[in-house]
Design a protein around this ligand. Structure first.
Ligand code: 6R9
Length: 643
């Protein structure tokens, strides 16, 4: 681990939202008097009826946490209406196309009008308060419009990443009880086309309840439209009124459901509510990015992930920022693209993932150095642990030692950033997410759930509710309690391990459950396994993560074939393509090894610890294998290690 320390620069501390002394004071205040602290902070968003009851519930029993429960609001008002008087003509969204010659800008007033029109159009299609609407769009402005239009009507959106397969899309649509889908003809990424409408059509064959599909023309590709079901986005909006009063929502009414992978079975729909989420989105965006009015802010995530929800759409728009939406990829047309976009739009704050930094690092410094990047003031990282080498490269080459880096740790379930430096208050250590934000009480516990003190490594838990936390798993509250609050009683368990150093800094070590983090995307091993065993020739499969230079972790699959099936290269390729088709490209195994049998305990449990070691090529330290039913299995797997 890196011991290098980058102290807070005095000129940054002097102007930042929070300096070291203030951090200490507000951290203590939020920890000891959460209701008092958030009663003040919740005023940062627009309320129809301001709340008087701030917090109820805790992490015991059936975990019914409520924030601001007697307040009412509409999230779109905080993001749009309230800015019209002061910054109606300021750019709200800069959209940069996959094609470097194309970009557009849309002001708060224009965004407001588009959202109102589309909300009215959705109303005509029957969307009502309390419904769920699925959004399966590429990175186009219409994705933000669609999210805000749902919010305006009080319908929860569930955004599905455009890289997911028809089956994954269908699964989410069915689980959420969706009846209206918003998609595009095709997406564009790195010069290639993504067949979103074709995928939607395939998915909807399994979803008879979806009665309406709205299709945004992105590429203009020729796609079949089903009469009565499919509607053209532009035509609907042109016919709709630009005036749409916001629906009054309770603070605890759902804002969105976002599916995320866990250690078992099917993805879970993380349900976020309106008041607490919006307060957390606005608060964390302002503090962590030290956002100031007039700045251009760019988060490179996709809106299909939680980072896109909170830090492209809700946080920045609530704070009246100019937020950049990028349709493309970091390496198209070449490895200079990010920095060209930074120069073109004079970006001040830039937030990306370690996997992107590592892939650009591999291309050398020249593509970065041929750009100016003088507008940059602050850099951010999210999605997985950032290795100190990548951190230092980001700091030296991209930020020219000028820009502090905020390594932000958080999860879909959290709603927004939880552990991160505040640039005016906390000295940086490359590779450490540093300290918790005010309102966040992280603890490390041992296997028995006992809190550990001081310099120690343990399981990362959170001790008390914060406004942005998810409230339930959509449609399955028992699963919510079971997944997050049963491992260590009275604590929210993150699924991550972490170390705390002598300065009280947190170093996230990665998942301690059966979740793999592939290029910042969460993938449950169980999901990949069930896709593999769904193939007619596969008898059994075990999937683990292994260290990968660019992606952080790669996917390593051990496959046992049915009796009579011959392992060969063609079948290996077929199985990898099968997973890609079943779940999506992000789930495709990097390595697939044939396993005549898998290492199991006498009770039949697969010993993943051993499979992880073999995948990582750390076969010297396999540890105790005496509980295996047949220890010879391991020898065979080591001999035939793939990759
Ligand atoms: C926002 C997001 C959550 C998991 C989380 C952890 C990993 C995210 C990290 C990080 C180390 C960071 N993670 N940020 N690990 N340092 N700065 O990524 O949400 O997709 O739900 O993933 O990602 O393992 O548990 P999500």
């Amino acid at each position: 681990m890196s011991d290098i320390l980058f102290p807070v620069k005095p000129e940054i501390a002097a102007t930042a939202h929070v300096n070291a002394e203030q951090y200490k004071a507000i951290y203590a205040r939020a920890a000891t008097d959460p209701a008092g602290y958030w009663a003040e902070e919740c005023k940062r968003i627009a309320w129809m009826k301001p709340p008087t009851r701030i917090l109820s519930g805790d992490f015991h029993g059936d975990v019914r946490v409520k924030w601001f429960e007697d307040g009412t609001l509409n999230a779109s008002v905080s993001c749009l209406d309230r800015h019209l008087a002061t910054r109606g003509d300021q750019v709200a969204i800069i959209w940069e196309s996959d094609d470097p010659n194309v970009s557009t800008k849309i002001t708060y007033r224009q965004l407001y009008e588009q959202v109102c029109r589309f909300a009215n159009a959705l109303k005509v299609l029957g969307v009502r308060k309390g419904d769920r609407v699925c959004i399966y769009l590429p990175m186009v402005v219409e994705a933000a419009v669609a999210m805000l239009a749902c919010a305006r009507l009080g319908a929860a959106h569930t955004v599905v990443f455009g890289g997911f397969s028809p089956d994954s899309l269908a699964q989410r649509i069915k689980d959420a009880g969706v009846r209206v889908l918003i998609t595009a003809d095709e997406g564009r990424r790195g010069g290639r086309k993504v067949p979103l409408k074709a995928n939607s059509d395939a998915a909807l064959r399994q979803c008879p309840d979806v009665h309406s599909v709205v299709v945004v023309k992105v590429t203009g590709g020729d796609v079949p439209m089903q009469t009565g079901r499919d509607h053209d986005y532009a035509t609907l909006c042109a016919a709709a009124s630009p005036d749409c009063p916001p629906t009054e929502m309770n603070a605890e009414d759902p804002l969105f459901v976002l599916y995320t992978s866990g250690s078992t079975g099917q993805p879970k729909g993380a349900l976020h509510t309106t008041g607490g989420y919006m307060v957390w989105a606005s608060y964390t965006h302002e503090l962590v990015f030290d956002y100031r009015p007039g700045e251009v802010y760019w988060c490179t995530a996709d809106v299909g992930w939680v980072t896109g929800h909170t830090y492209i759409v809700y946080g920045p728009l609530a704070n009246g920022a100019t937020t950049l939406m990028f349709e493309g990829v970091p390496t198209y047309p070449d490895a200079s693209r990010f920095w060209q976009v930074v120069d073109k739009h004079q970006v001040n704050i830039f937030y990306t993932a370690p996997t992107a930094i590592r892939s650009l690092m591999r291309e050398g410094e020249a593509p970065v150095e041929k750009t100016s990047r003088k507008s940059l003031r602050l850099l951010g990282s999210v999605g997985e642990p950032i290795n100190p080498e990548a951190w230092l490269w980001y700091h030296r080459v991209v930020g020219e030692h000028r820009c502090p880096i905020v390594d932000t740790w958080w999860q879909t379930e959290n709603g927004g950033i939880m552990i991160s430096p505040l640039i005016g208050a906390i000295a940086l250590k490359p590779g450490s997410a540093t300290r918790p934000l005010p309102g966040v009480l992280p603890v490390l516990v041992d296997a028995e759930g006992r809190e550990l003190e001081g310099e120690v490594e343990g399981n990362l838990c959170i001790k008390a509710p914060w406004p942005g936390m998810m409230r339930t798993v959509y449609g399955d509250h028992d699963r919510f309690v079971q997944t997050y609050f049963s491992t260590y009683k009275g604590y929210y368990f993150t699924g991550d391990g972490a170390r705390r150093d002598a300065d009280g800094y947190f170093w996230i070590t990665g998942r301690v459950d059966d979740v793999i983090n592939v290029a910042g995307h969460r993938m449950g091993t169980a999901e990949v396994e069930s896709a593999l065993v769904a193939h007619p020739k596969v008898a059994e499969a075990a999937v683990v993560g292994f260290p990968h230079d660019i992606k952080g972790q790669g996917i390593y699959a051990y496959v046992t074939l049915k009796v009579g099936e011959e392992p060969n290269d063609a079948l290996r390729k077929e199985l990898i393509a099968w997973v890609r088709k079943e779940i999506g490209p992000i789930a495709a195994p990097d390595t697939l090894q044939w396993a005549p049998s898998l290492p199991k305990t006498r009770s039949g449990k697969i010993m993943r610890r051993i499979l992880r070691k073999i995948a990582a090529n750390e076969t010297d330290g396999l540890g105790d294998t005496s509980t295996l039913a047949d220890p010879s299995v391991v020898k065979d797997l080591i001999e035939h290690r793939a990759g």
